[in-house]
Design a binder for this molecule. Sequence first.
Ligand code: FES
Length: 166
Amino acid sequence: MSKINLTSVPFKGTKKQEEELRAALADIKKMNGALMPALQTAQGIYGYLPIEVQKIVSEELNVPLEEIFGVATFYSQFKLNPVGKYSVSVCLGTACYVKGAGNIIDRLKRELNLEEGGTSADGMFSLAATRCIGCCGLAPVLTVNEDVYGKLVADDIPGILSKYGR
Ligand code: FES
C-alpha cells in the first residue's frame, strides 16, 4: 500500500463554497451511486478534497467518513492536496524510469522536502509522478506547470527550481 501524504497547507474554504456544495449535494444525494458525482462536484468547487470537505459530503450523503476517504484515496482523479502554484511532475513511464527518473524524483523530494503527492506549506510547490507524457526521446523528463525539461540528471534539479523562486 502506498503512503498517503496529507498536506500541511491550511484549509481555506469559504462559507460561500460550503453553501454551494451543500446545495449541489441536496440534488446529487437523490441519485443512485451519488458518491462519485458528489466528490467530483466537491473537487470542482474546492479544487481538491481536504478532510473538511469530505466531512460535509459525509454529512449530506449520510455515508461514513471512512468510506468517503476510501474512495477519495482510491481514485487518482481525486486530489487530497491542493496543487501548488508550481506543479512539478516527474514522468515515471518506462523510458524515463530506465534513464534514471527515480534519481530525479528522489532529488526533488530532498530539495523540496516533500513526498510524492505533497504540497509545500507555503503553497508554492507540489510534487507528483506521472505516466508517460509522450516525450520519451527526452527521457528522463519532468514538467513544471506547462514547462518541459528533458535529458535530466539529478544535478539539474536545483537550477530548474531556482527559475521558480526556490
Ligand atoms: S516514458 Fe517518460 S515521456 Fe514517455
